[in-house]
Design a binder for this molecule. Structure first.
Ligand SMILES: Nc1nc2c(ncn2[C@@H]2O[C@H](COP(=O)(O)OP(=O)(O)OP(=O)(O)O)[C@@H](O)[C@H]2O)c(=O)[nH]1
Ligand SMILES: [Mg+2]
Length: 347
C-alpha cells in the first residue's frame, strides 16, 4: 500500500520527473582510524558540501530533534526536504517507503533511532556506486575517454585526474579531442603545461577521432602508461555529438580492441534531474563505465547523488568539489554520508 503522503508528493511533483590483473589506484581505507590526514579530508569535504549541508542536513536535524517521539505526520515535511534537495520523486518515494516499513516493523518512535536508520539507508544507496577506477596492469596505454555535455567540467576534470594519476606514478598523455570549440585546444594545452603533461593537439575544426587515434599511436610508440582524451560537449546537434563519440570509440578499437578501457561521463551535479537524462543518452550511445560528479561544492542540491546512484547504478569514480586542481576526490560512500550527517558546529 502506498503511504498517503507519497500520493500527495506524487501529485505535487508529477511535473518534475520526466581477465586481467587490476590495480586499484586509490585505497579508500574506510575502517582505519582517523588520522590527521583523513580528518583534513573530512573537514575539507564538509566545507565544500556546505551548500547541501545547509539545505539538507540542518533541516533534517531540525525535523528529527526536540521530541521524544517522532510524529509520523512530519513525513510530509521530510519528503519535501528530500525533493527540494533534488533526490527526485522516485528515489524519495523509495526512501520514505522503506523507512516507514522499518519503523513499523521494529515499532520505533525515537527520532534519533529513526535518523540512524535513515543514515544507514542512504549509505546503502551509495555504497554499490563506490567502485574506484582500476587500471589493468597489462594494458598499456590505458585509455580513458572523457565525455559529457558542454560545461559539465570535462576539461577541468582531465587536469585534476591527470594530476591524481601522476602522483600515483603514471606517465600520461592528453589528447585534445574537443576540436569544436575554438578555446578548447588551448585550455587543454595550458592544463598540460601546468601539470607538465604532454598534449597531442591539432587545430580547431580537425577531425576529433583522428586526433585521438594519432594520440593513441603516439602513446603506444612513446610508452605512456595512459592516454586521457577530451571530447566536445556540444556539436551542431546532439545526434552529431553521439555519432562523433561512436566514431572515436571505433577508431580506437582499430589500434587496441579493448580501448577505450574507461569511458568516464562527467555530470554537473548542480543541474539536477537533467543529469539522469544526459547519462541515459551517453550510456546508450557509447556505454559508460563510470561517472565523475562535478560541482558538488556549488550546489545546495547534492541530494541528486542519491537519484544518480539509485537510477543509473553506475560507479561514481570521482567527485569534483571546486575549480582548483586539488578539488577532486575518489568517491567514498561512507565519507560522503558522514560529512552529510555532520552537524554544523554552531547549531
Ligand atoms: N565549482 C566548481 N566548478 C567546476 C567544477 N568542475 C568544473 N568547474 C567549472 O565549470 C566550468 C566548465 O568547466 P570545463 O572543464 O571547461 O567544462 P567542459 O565540460 O570541458 O566544457 P566544454 O569544453 O564547453 O564542453 C569552468 O568554469 C570550471 O572551472 C567543480 O567541481 N566545482
Ligand atoms: Mg572542455
Amino acid at each position: 500500500m502506498v503511504p498517503i503522503v507519497l500520493k500527495f508528493i506524487r501529485n505535487k511533483y508529477k511535473q518534475q520527473d520526466k581477465s586481467q590483473v587490476k590495480t586499484p589506484i586509490h585505497n579508500n581505507n574506510h575502517d582505519k582510524p582517523q588520522t590527521e590526514a583523513t580528518q583534513g579530508i573530512f573537514g575539507k569535504l564538509a566545507n565544500k558540501l556546505r551548500g547541501t549541508r545547509t539545505q539538507f542536513t540542518d533541516k533534517l536535524f531540525e525535523l528529527f530533534s526536540g521530541r521524544k517521539v517522532f510524529d509520523t505526520n512530519r513525513f510530509e515535511e521530510f519528503e519535501d526536504l528530500l525533493l527540494s534537495s533534488d533526490v527526485g520523486v522516485e528515489t524519495t518515494e523509495q526512501i520514505i517507503t522503506t523507512l516507514s516499513k522499518n519503523i513499523k516493523r521494529q515499532n520505533i518512535n525515537d527520532p534519533q533511532v529513526i535518523l540512524s536508520i535513515l543514515r544507514q539507508q542512504l549509505l546503502d544507496i551509495l555504497t554499490p556506486c563506490e567502485k574506484p577506477l582500476t587500471i589493468s596492469s597489462n594494458t598499456e596505454p590505458f585509455v580513458i575517454l572523457i565525455v559529457g555535455v558542454n560545461g559539465a567540467g570535462k576539461t577541468t576534470t582531465i587536469g585534476k585526474l591527470a594530476k591524481t594519476l601522476q602522483v600515483n606514478g603514471k606517465k600520461i598523455l592528453l589528447a585534445a579531442g574537443d576540436t569544436f570549440r575554438a578555446a578548447a585546444v588551448e585550455q587543454l594545452k595550458i592544463l598540460g603545461k601546468r601539470n607538465k603533461t604532454h598534449v597531442i593537439a591539432q587545430q580547431t575544426g580537425a577531425d576529433s577521432a583522428s586526433v585521438i587515434y594519432d594520440a593513441l599511436q603516439a602513446a603506444k610508440a612513446r610508452k605512456f602508461d595512459m592516454l586521457i582524451a577530451d571530447t566536445a560537449g556540444r556539436l551542431h546537434t546532439q545526434d552529431n555529438l553521439m555519432k562523433e563519440l561512436k566514431k572515436i570509440v571505433l577508431v580506437l578499437k582499430k589500434i587496441d580492441p579493448n580501448a577505450p578501457h574507461e569511458i568516464l561521463l562527467v555530470l554537473d551535479a548542480s543541474i539536477g534531474q537533467n543529469t539522469l537524462i544526459q547519462a541515459e543518452k551517453f550510456h546508450q550511445a557509447v556505454g559508460i563505465n563510470g561517472l565523475v560528479l562535478t560541482k558538488l561544492d556549488g550546489t545546495a542540491k547534492g541530494g541528486i547523488i542519491f537519484a544518480i546512484a539509485k537510477k543509473l547504478k553506475l560507479p561514481i569514480r570521482y567527485i569534483g568539489i571546486g575549480e582548483g586542481i586539488d578539488d577532486f576526490r575518489p568517491f567514498q560512500a561512507k565519507l560522503f554520508i558522514d560529512v552529510l550527517f555532520k552537524k554544523h558546529p554552531n547549531k
